[in-house]
Design a binder for this molecule. Structure first.
Ligand code: GLN
Length: 502
């Protein structure tokens, strides 16, 4: 039998092969991941809840099904975990907020239902920034999550726990949510693959809403191939989500391109100027060179309105958040203050005590942007910028198959480095928010490792494509991974205690 650390280094695809050939059972795999969590998560703190007992039961049931030739899907028996803003019936869903500390989910999110229907083993819930607001996981009410590559650095956010757990080999695949980069930026910081599907691809039913016109659920995995497998499970039209889009293809089976001959990759000149750190710029330029060597044609494209993207995103996402979070009033959901004299005070104190600083900042920002007299100046202007961006991206995508940019302007920064300056934290979202504003799919793919102050840190590149083309983006990413081998370097879990098996 393999040592647990070896099992935890395997991709979903390799685990499926091991299950199919009978070399391993789901019980063994699940035990290995639980052992990995036990060995590492005290240091990393990626998990907010570990479903040890039910995971082992589900694994045993999966093995039973396999023995009888009755597996539910290809991924039957593969462990998975969810960001703690998706509902799993009967389980606590905290959104990493004191407000929802004891909130028990009354039903399964559509994605949870789909994972269960595929026979996947639910390992637990993952750490995040409170209500998915943040870029470093430092806004979690239940403690920071650390980057497995360097424990004094952030894993990114808001799906920090998701990326950290996959990078450290504590789960082979997990689901995050992305409103302005929350799947892709942590994936980049942790050296894993992160996918933000086109708006409407994956149902938002049972995902606690942040910015409803921007939110999408997507997978974080070690490889593009694994991400495609996860997309096959979670994508699909859902009558429970009014914005679910039945026209988007739901088959993500990769095409195995021998080369990238015939593919055109556009690089927007506006994305390579001020604010972009040298190591990230060098990494993306090197990746472009590799893509070219694989046969792709690299062209320059232009998205002039990108200069409005961040402001538009922070106005729109905060406006939607202020409306979505109005429901947490101490009456129906979550935390209620203990001492109050009247109804107004009950509302006020419950929200004051239940929400963290950043969440309150967004609610105030959004309420202000929507207030009468300011709506035209902020909300409507932001909508106009959004329209411009949609238009410019669709034009750019007429001349190329994918738009290549950095995911984030820097590598993973140190814990505490940006907490004092929210503006600086927001600036880091420049390259990711456009996919949400336009609704287009984008993936973050590891492309290089750089050294900073003695740490080896991953850098991700972003590939963005047309609405119905996520499958093609993943196929390009897969070709890049197999031919350019960006992950041939050291993996973080090999340096953590309990990680080495030999
Ligand atoms: N960092 C961005 C924000 O704080 C993105 C968050 C997200 O995608 N959920 O708004």
């Amino acid at each position: 039998m393999k040592a647990y650390a070896d099992i935890c280094k395997m991709t979903v695809t390799e685990l499926i092969e091991a299950l199919e050939s009978g070399v391993m059972t789901s019980a063994e795999i699940t035990q290995a991941y639980l052992a990995s969590i036990a060995a590492q998560d005290a240091d990393i703190h990626a998990f907010l809840d570990v479903y040890t007992n039910t995971a082992l039961q589900e694994a045993a049931r999966s093995d039973e099904r396999r023995k009888n030739g009755k597996t539910l899907s290809k991924l039957d028996g593969i462990p998975v975990a969810l960001k703690d803003n998706m509902l799993v019936k009967g389980r606590v869903c905290t959104c990493a907020s004191k407000m929802l500390k004891d909130f028990v989910s009354p039903y399964d999110a559509t994605v949870t239902e789909k994972l269960k229907a595929a026979g996947m083993v639910l390992l637990g819930k993952l750490n995040m920034d409170e209500y998915a607001m943040g870029s470093s996981n430092e806004n979690s009410a239940f403690g920071v999550c650390r980057n497995p590559w360097a424990l004094d650095r952030v894993p990114g956010g808001s799906s920090g726990g998701v990326a950290a757990a996959v990078a450290a080999g504590m789960v082979p695949s997990a689901l995050g949510s992305d409103t302005g980069g929350s799947i892709r930026q942590p994936a980049s910081f942790c050296g894993v693959v992160g996918v933000k599907p086109a708006y409407g691809t994956v149902s938002r039913y049972g995902l606690v809403a942040f910015g409803s016109s921007l939110d999408q659920i997507g997978p974080i995995t070690k490889t593009a191939e694994d991400a495609a497998l996860m997309m096959d499970v979670i994508a699909g039209y859902d009558t429970h989500d009014a914005t679910s889009d039945a026209t988007i293809p739901t088959d993500f089976t990769l095409e195995r391109y021998g080369s990238l001959q015939g593919k055109t990759i556009g690089m927007p000149s506006e994305c390579f100027g001020e604010g972009l750190s040298r190591p990230v710029n060098d990494s993306i330029q090197a990746a472009a060179e590799q893509l070219k060597n694989l046969g792709a044609e690299i062209i320059e494209v232009s998205i002039p309105s990108i200069r409005y993207a961040l402001s538009a995103y922070y106005v729109l996402s905060s406006a939607e958040a202020s409306s979505n979070l109005a429901r947490f009033d101490g009456i129906r959901y979550g935390y209620r203050t203990e001492h109050y004299d009247d109804l107004d005070e009950l509302y006020r104190k419950s929200r004051e005590e239940g929400f963290g600083l950043e969440v309150k900042r967004r609610i105030m920002l959004g309420t202000f942007a929507l207030s009468s007299g300011y709506q035209d100046q902020y909300y409507l202007k932001a909508q106009q910028a959004r329209d411009l961006l949609r238009h410019e991206y669709s034009e750019a995508l007429e001349s190329c198959d994918a738009v290549l940019t950095p995911v984030a302007p820097t590598v993973a920064f140190r814990l505490g480095d940006k907490t004092g300056d929210p503006m600086e934290m927001y600036m880091g979202d420049l390259y990711t928010v456009t996919a949400n504003l336009t609704g287009l799919p984008a993936v973050s793919v590891p492309c290089r490792h750089v050294k900073e102050d003695g740490d080896t840190l991953p850098v991700g590149m972003s590939l963005l494509g047309s609405k119905n083309n996520l499958q093609a983006l993943l196929s390009i990413a897969d070709t890049y991974e197999r031919k350019a081998k960006p992950n041939a370097g050291i993996r973080p879990y090999e340096r953590l205690k309990g990680g080495a098996s030999e």
